[in-house]
Design a protein around this ligand. Structure first.
Ligand code: TV7
Ligand code: CA
Ligand code: ZN
Length: 400
């Protein structure tokens, strides 16, 4: 392992309010809050919590959330329950449930018991993490319960209700001139991109499966790089990396290193926010890539190395991930990278940890083969070269 040595006094903080673990989206819904419990079991099973400062941050208030979200939407979320939602909007009652035209709620974003508390907890952890980075109490701050990148100002979308990433970035912008946002979830980080579309103080990069017709949310083509208007400061401050099914560790790492290497050199961010959606792993229930735990973790290693080298803070967030045991593997491995212990931890899962049986399917290893034969790599050499050419042409317009 050629990771950069951590300097003396280097601090990692883990922001997790266990209250988030008690909520449920519904039996059939792919977003399983259980993955957060499994992640915690694995991190603690490896004793990695001894290498971090632990925080159980308070829930955000409605006022805190209104720093980004519309007041009427926040009011709606704070009062909606499975019982009263249909009473509040009787005209929207349908045989199967309710229409998605009210604040984005529907099958993807159901109203479940305690929804607003759930949102306030995961968002509270991201804002708390941002504050610890600003105050210098932490160098790398982790919140695996956050990273819900689709939520809009006044609307829920794609399993996301409150955009904790936007709230955390707004906090960072009080002290930092330039924020680099990187999104490795298999879905396009549209909510964050939209929120900072017209500013040059946040540079958004999302890697995602792109198919306008069939893959959610259908946005994020290569030529979507910010506002068109020549006077708009946000122009060229967005990079989208649209990918096809089956991308491998090697191709992904090459793209990540090339794109993020070039962006960090030209934009010179003062802080990085990394969304680590684990649905970009192979064998994800909703994803279609062929990444292994180490291929996914490579992106975290790149960012921790860069931030350590240039003494810049790093905020690491969760996101999607629909095969819970692999989500837990990825985020536990990435925690070990953050604390600089990746080469010291055993690939065999700890004997004496809770929920150990949940990992039996791929064998008791942290690094099962997820590269699989299920989907072949449909990203050609030409596709990858086209992306790199487009990004390097775009970056010529950025200061530096
Ligand atoms: C960050 N894909 C979020 C990713 C959000 C993806 C979608 C589902 C889905 C929802 C279910 C369900 C599902 C097996 C999968 C066009 C639709 C098709 C709802 C059934 N099973 C993140 C959002 C995406 C809900 N949505 O980036 C309840 O799959 O494709 C769509 C939209 C309309 C709504 N229907 C799906 O990872 C956290 N949803 C089973 C039960
Ligand atoms: Ca993404
Ligand atoms: Zn996703």
């Amino acid at each position: 392992n050629n990771a950069i040595d951590k300097p003396k006094g280097y601090r990692v903080s883990w922001h997790h309010n266990p209250a988030v673990e008690k909520y449920h989206f519904g039996q059939l819904h792919p977003m399983k809050v259980w993955r957060l419990t499994l992640t915690k079991s694995l991190i603690m099973g490896y004793n990695m919590h001894h290498g971090m400062d632990l925080y159980s941050p308070p829930a955000l208030t409605k006022e805190d959330i209104a720093a980004f979200h519309k007041e009427d939407y926040v009011d709606f979320l704070s009062v909606a329950t499975p019982k009263n939602i249909v009473e509040m909007y009787p005209e929207l009652a349908q045989p199967t449930g309710y229409s998605s035209s009210v604040y984005g709620v529907g099958d993807d974003c159901p109203i479940f018991d305690g929804l607003f508390e759930y949102c306030s907890y995961y968002s509270g952890a991201s804002v708390d993490a941002a504050r610890k980075l600003i105050s210098g109490q932490s160098d790398v701050a982790l919140n695996w319960t956050g990273g819900l990148h689709h939520a809009k100002k006044g609307e829920a979308s794609g399993f996301c209700y409150i955009n904790d990433i936007v709230l955390a970035i707004l906090e960072l912008l009080y002290h930092h001139p330039r924020v680099l946002y990187i999104d490795i979830d298999v879905h396009h980080g549209d909510g964050v991109e939209q929120a900072f579309w017209s500013t040059d103080r946040v540079f958004c990069v999302s890697f995602h499966k792109y198919d306008r017709e069939v893959f959610f949310p259908g946005t994020g083509p290569l030529d979507s790089t910010g506002p068109m208007h020549p006077e708009n400061p946000g122009r060229n401050h967005t990079i989208n990396v649209p990918l096809n099914d089956g991308i491998t560790d090697q191709d992904y790492a090459f793209l990540f290193d090339t794109v993020i290497g070039a962006v960090t050199r030209t934009y010179d961010p003062s802080v990085i926010v990394l969304q680590c959606g684990a649905d970009s792993l192979g064998h994800d229930r909703l994803g279609c890539f062929n990444l292994n735990i180490k291929g996914h973790g490579h992106c975290v290693q790149f960012c921790t190395d860069y931030c350590t080298k240039y003494k810049k803070p790093l905020l690491v967030l969760g996101g999607g991930g629909y095969t819970p045991r692999n989500v837990a593997r990825a985020w536990a491995h990435e925690t070990s990278i953050a604390i600089g212990a990746a080469d010291k931890i055993d690939s065999i899962l700890p004997e004496d940890m809770p929920h150990r049986e949940a990992f039996r399917k791929e064998g008791m290893t942290l690094f099962p083969n997820l590269g699989g034969w299920k989907t072949q790599n449909l990203n050609t050499r030409a596709d990858i070269e086209r992306i790199i050419r487009s990004v390097s042409e775009q970056l010529r317009y950025i200061r530096g």
